[in-house]
Structures are given as C-alpha cells and as structure tokens.
Design a protein around this ligand. Sequence first.
Ligand code: AMP
Length: 632
Amino acid sequence: MSYQEVYRRSIDDPQGYWAEQAAELHWFTPWEKVLDDSNAPFYRWFVGGETNLCYNAVDRHALGPKRGQAAIIWESAETGLSRTLTYFELYREVNRLAGAMHNLGLRKGDRVLIYMPMVPEAIIGMLACARLGAIHSVVFGGFSVQSLATRIDDATPTLVLTADAGMRKGNPVPLKEMLDASLELVTTDSVRHVLVLNRNLVDIAMTHGRDLDWHETLAEHNVRYVEPTRVASTDPSYILYTSGTTGKPKGVVRDTGGYMVALHASMSQIYNVGEGDVYWSTSDIGWVVGHSYIVYGPLLKGVPTVVYEGRPDHPDPGVWWRVIEKYGVTCVFTAPTALRALRKFPDKWMHGSDISSLKTLFAAGEPLDEPTYQWASHELGVPVIDHYWQTESGWSMLTNPIGVEHMAVKPGSPTKPAFGHRLEVVDADGNRVPLGEKGFLVDHGPLPPGMLLTIWGDDERYIQSYWSHFKNKLLYMSGDYAIEDKDGYFWMLGRADEVLNVSGHRLGTREIEEVLSGHPAAAEVAVIGVKDELKGEGVLVVAVLKQDIAPITQTRVAEEMRQLVRDKIGAIATPNAIQFVSMLPKTRSGKIMRRVIRAVYQGDNIGDLSTIEDDATLDMVREAVDVLTQEM
Ligand code: AMP
C-alpha cells in the first residue's frame, strides 16, 4: 500500500485502522471502544481495555523465542564500560526491581521520579514502574536542583530512583547530592524512599530510613517474579515535563494503551525496523525521544536498543561511528545539533570505522538544515530522514514512513503527516491558508493514540495551552509556523514566536538560517530578530565557523553571507549585523536560545535568565553569554 492509501484509511476510519494496529499487542481485557471522543479534546483510546506496557515490552519476548536475544546494549564512552542484557536477563532484572519496589509499598498510580544517568538500571526502573502500574517521571540528569524540586513538588512521587553520579565529558555530575539538595527545597513530603545506585563515581551521604542502596535492597527482597499489574489503557504511564523556559513546567501525561499501539506501529511503518535490526537513539531517557525510542518502541518491537552514555565528540569525534561498527547498528535516530557538531570535524573520523551495517539515519528535534542533510546523506550513503516531533506528541507528527513507502526526500522538509494526524496550516483565525503560504501548524482532532492526555493535575492548562488559540474552533496548536507546499510536504519555519516582522514582512528565522548554513564556512547559524527603529525588526546573524577551513577573513565571509541572503530571499532580509562567535547558547535538548542572544546583542538585562530553570544549562548559557559579550 502507498503512503496515501494508509494515510487516508487512518483518517477516514481511525477506529478500524488503530484497532488493527492494537491487535498485534497483548491485552488482558479487550477494549470496548476504540476511541472515545465524547469529551474532546480529551481523547481516550481503547477504552475498557486492560494491558501492561512492561508485559508487552519485556515478557512477551523474554518468554518466547527472543529470550536469548539482546534487549539492551549499554555502551558508556564516559566510563569505558559496556553491558548487554538479553530479553530474559532484562525480564529477571525488571522483576527483581519491581518486587523490591512493591515490597516498599509502591502501588498502581503512585509516582516514581527517576533522576538517573544513561545506565541500564534507569530503563529497568522505568519498566519496573510500568510493571506495577506506577507512573514514572524521568527528570533529565542534567537538570538542576531547583528544576528537580519543582518537578518533585508537582508529581509528588513516593519513591525516587537515582545514582551517585552521572558523567559528563569525564567529570562526575553528583546526582544524589543534587537530589538531596532539592529534597531540602520541596514543600511536599511525599517521598518515602530513595533507591540509590552506587556506581562508585563519587562519595555519597545516605539518609537513614529514607535512602536505600540499590543492590542491597534487591538482594534483601530477592523477588523472582511480580505479576504485571493490569492497567486500563487510559491510565497514565508517565509524566514528562517539557523543557520550559519560563514559569512552571508542564507535565505532559501519556496514556498506556494508545502510546503502546502508536509506538509499536511506528517501529515498522516509520523506522522500517524488525528482525535482525539494531536500533540506536542517541537521545537521553530524560527526553521524549528517549522514552519512546530508547526504551518503549524498540522493546515493544523486540529489537535490541543501544543505550549510550556519552557525547558525540568525547573522547574524540570518532566514538559514535565506532559504536555503530561494534554493534552492527542498522538504524540511528539523532538530533541535527549532533550532526552539525560532528560535521565540524574532518570526515576521516567517520571513515575510520566500518559503518556499512547502517541502513537509515533519522533526525528530529529541530529543523534539519539542507547543508547538514546533504553532508550526512553524502557521507553516510544511506537515506537521511527528517521527522517532526513534540514532547506532547510522543512520536512523530510529520514523517516519511519508509516502512510503508519511501517518498522522495525534499531536503529541509520533514515530509507529510504521520498516520492519524490531520495537520493543516492556518491563519490567525484558524482558516486554512492556500498551499505555499505560511501559517500556524494545527492538528484537527481526534488526536491519534500516543499524543498527550492532558497536563498533570491541570486539565484547564491543557485546554489553554493547546486548544484555545482560535475563536470558535477547536484546533490543537503548539506554536510552530509552517508551510504546506503543492505536493503536500510540510516545511517548518520555527516557533511562531521566532517569526520576524521586517518592515511588515513575515520572515521565518529558519528560512534565513537555511540559506546561510549553505555557506561553505558555516558550521552553525542562528538568526534572531532584533530591534530596528526603521524596520520594526532587523535580522541579526550569529554564526559559528567550521574548524577545519582555511583562515579566510571574516569580513569576506560576512559579505558573502549578506549576498546569499539578498540572492536567495531578497534585500528585505539582509542582515543588520553578522557576528562570528565560538559557541551558541543552547538548551540541553539542543535548541538555540535566541532570547539570550538577543539580550546580549541589545545590551538588555539578561535578568530573565533566572527563569531558565535548568542550572546546568544556566552555567553553559552564562559561559556562552560571557563569550558572546566579548565577541559581539
Ligand atoms: P520538544 O517538545 O522539546 O521536543 O520540542 C518540540 C519542538 O521542536 C517542535 O514544536 C518544533 O518547534 C521543534 N522540532 C522538532 N522536530 C523538528 C523538525 N524535524 N523540524 C523542525 N522543527 C522541529
């Protein structure tokens, strides 16, 4: 079947379409209704059905022919350690942990906060929660004391799983110490126990009665088997806080059944992964991509998932390519920012390894600019697929589902709507704009399975944040600006609040960035709207140049860049200024912090840096601000 046929079916008969996908998984009790949309926009999938995410991701394989096959392949470039767990070994470990957690009093619906580095135990922890029907909330191991405290207060977990430390570029990040500090700040007294995995990286203090050593506790309880709890399809499986820049973070709530079905279907349809494949998502379990494609997606499909602790360029820029060679990785899912980081280094690093096992590379998280796309597809010699995501969506909303039909790639476009997504580009009144014109990307309900259920504890905020942008129209919008072209391909132009208004013309920052990253000397480019008395807003370009290029003068590069913009977009977009810097301030998930760059450039008070709730990022941002202030 073609993309178009499958897509039409998913839209015209969503119930029939998704019921078919769901039938491939195990249900303790079959659903009564595939979709309940009576309380839109609170959509509920597989109502009445009972299942268990851990049973489907682990038991189904461990107790079948995949028993001896690799489930988790852990590689730590930070510690030099590696470990492979078969499906049966994973099953055993998950049961042991779930048993201990159950004995500690954890029950269905209780929350468990996971503040851990990229180690197998973190994933075993997530699966143990799923087994018990407990709701996990993984907090990225780079988040600070304050942001951790905010999340603990919001999710009110009874149990926290942590480790003595994570590692970042060879330096320990003292997670347990940071957790202790945040437990001093919280107002809730929900936390009864903290289970600590001691990796012997740093010294830790244990609070008697509250803190328990991971291995000792498991040995003490020594449970071999815990019955997987039957949970309703519509019960929450996890809460994941979005990396907000201001105010209280939003706890995105995911269901169980719908999520499981959407992920399982996506493994073959979108990633074209099955028997014999080795899947590697280079994300972190702290992000949505990590939840879906380090943990649940590959395990539901029964393929090995590579769990990597480290960075793309440490100890050297060849490390990722060596991981691909070592494990015969067939499918990689990464972020454009990582590709751009690697592109800065000479290609010899890539070609030093045999990466012939690789069949496809996927990217998401931010626009995959054409030059990076061209570089990756040329150097790797495999299809490079951009797909578009949100924390809220749980899986991709725009994609090229190569397992169904490998549509022609238009570099710079994440292709077409994923199955079940009714996406459109609309104007400020919510009316569809003609093809080729810019507008807001919206999703007409019903939202397909896997999309967020609500915001934890705040249904009103769910409505306000996503469904209240248009008068008298119920449309899901999360704030991205886009174009649908005449072939039905979508082009993302950045967040709507990153659209410039230059002399009354709307320009997406992305459009200009795309053009400028085509300059052979450019490694990374950010375009920012700055105050301009004449034009309303002017264009500021901040660029990082490649490392291994001959030293050409910056003035010449800047002049060439100006000319590129005039030629490709028009004089209206000619930059007010082009600044070369050595680094760009970014969020942990790799998104450029335009607000910060703008403030430095305009000499504004960067006071609102304090609203960035991530201290670790804050340090990096401060460093970048210092560098920028000197360089700009
Ligand atoms: P997050 O929830 O942090 O994953 O961020 C989601 C946002 O990242 C989206 O709303 C987009 O603005 C951006 N984004 C993610 N994937 C892509 C992509 N493939 N192309 C363009 N923008 C993307």
